[in-house]
Design a protein around this ligand. Structure first.
Ligand SMILES: C[S@@+](CC[C@H](N)C(=O)[O-])C[C@H]1O[C@@H](n2cnc3c(N)ncnc32)[C@H](O)[C@@H]1O
Length: 375
């Protein structure tokens, strides 16, 4: 007999909606499958006013604004929007989020979800099976910004059963069966956050490279919504492979790859270089005791070191299977490349990933800092 599932299904996805449209104008050659989101944008209703008053009455009791939580099953504009978020866009054979159409470079289909979960496994290997490095003690309110498949949020909810863990994302790709203390919301994190201020004991950010147009504004939001004494941690890596021992000559394809990804991020208006800027930006936002821990993800299993070799093998697999998703929208929709040219570029990268003589890796950082108790 199968063991009973300890998790409960989520009631529904909550949707926070404010009025920003897509970050890029997607080209016409993409197959448009979405309705106009603006037709279903959230409009203030008496239900909202009551909800707002309830939230203001007790800001520490977090209340979602989902239509499914109301006393009626008739629905309102919020749950209309909730159904529009499922009208995914298909583009070059891959499926993309519909809410804030065009805002994010990656697909949200099954393969993309699998690749995100590979990365989660790699982070566990990298951080010796820890979910965070910040010295968080008995956290009760935890936020995972841009949660993806929600795998980190779910693990955190299991690790801290008395805490409430909220994961936010543009895509409703999180599983239905999750721990009862884990909740997901559809939200655009680049906008003003609607959570109470001074609220979270811990805010976690991972791989939001290429997602945030203004990191200073983002960290300002994170600071405002962290409880005094609480922690924020950001985990990011470079997209530009490097080698320390001269095995990656100046003509190696990895140079072109790295330059191209960074350039696409610049055109997109959301940079891929946050991994090297996190510490400085967090300090600028007001966090104290900021610590940076560096890590390396080898491009394949070239290292002698057992742990790095294992991470490298996973990284090779993740990139080999994942680069189409990482780059096809950026190259074709943002860079204006033809699909054929993009596919040749991706094939070149897959070939380079099998080059064991080049001792290349992606450098990365885990940066965490505290909001002072006196703030
Ligand atoms: C590379 S994935 C990382 C997912 C997750 N943090 C992890 O480490 O497994 C980036 C995630 O950010 C989400 N995202 C991108 N832009 C966003 C935005 N403006 N608001 C909310 N989520 C966003 C994407 O939908 C995607 O799930």
């Amino acid at each position: 007999m199968a063991a009973p599932n300890p998790h409960k299904p989520t009631d529904a996805f909550s949707v926070h909606s404010t009025g920003q449209d897509s970050a890029v104008q997607l080209h016409d050659d993409a197959v448009q499958q979405t309705d106009h989101l603006t037709q279903t944008e959230h409009v203030s209703t008496p239900y909202d006013d009551a909800q707002e008053q309830a939230e203001q009455a007790d800001p520490y009791e977090y209340a979602s604004d989902s239509g499914f939580d109301s006393g009626s099953l008739l629905g309102d504009e919020t749950d209309t929007l909730a159904s529009s978020i499922m009208n995914y866009r298909m583009e070059n054979g891959r499926q993309y989020h519909a809410y804030r159409d065009g805002a994010y470079w990656g697909p949200n289909d099954e393969l993309a979800k699998e690749i995100l979960d590979f990365a989660h496994h790699m982070y566990l290997l990298t951080l010796d099976h820890k979910l965070h490095l910040a010295p968080v003690r008995n956290p009760q309110t935890i936020l995972d910004v841009g949660t993806g498949t929600g795998i980190w949020a779910i693990d955190m909810a299991d690790q801290y059963p008395s805490a409430t863990v909220i994961g936010t994302d543009l895509s409703p790709i999180q599983p239905e069966w999750v721990p009862p203390n884990c909740h997901f919301e559809i939200d655009d994190v680049t906008l003003d956050w609607t959570f109470p201020t001074d609220h979270f004991d811990f805010i976690h950010i991972r791989e939001l490279f290429g997602c945030i147009p203004d990191w200073d504004f983002f960290f300002q939001q994170a600071y405002e919504h962290t409880k005094p004494g609480g922690w924020v941690e950001i985990v990011e890596h470079s997209v530009q492979p490097i080698a320390d021992d001269g095995t990656m000559g100046p003509d190696h394809f990895f140079h072109l790859w790295g330059r191209t990804v960074v350039e696409m991020g610049q055109i997109f208006g959301k940079s891929f270089t946050i991994w090297s800027e996190s510490k400085e930006r967090m300090e600028r936002a007001g966090f104290v005791d900021v610590v940076e821990v560096q890590y390396q993800w080898p491009m394949n299993g070239w290292p002698q070191d057992k742990k790095l070799k294992n991470i490298g093998r996973w990284n090779q697999l993740r990139l080999h299977e994942g680069i189409e998703g990482f780059m096809i929208r950026l190259l074709t929709q943002v860079g204006g490349w033809s699909v054929a040219r993009a596919q040749v570029f991706l094939a070149e990268m897959r070939k380079a990933l099998k080059d064991y003589k080049t001792h290349a890796y992606l450098p990365g950082t885990v940066v965490y800092g505290r909001k002072s108790l006196r703030s």
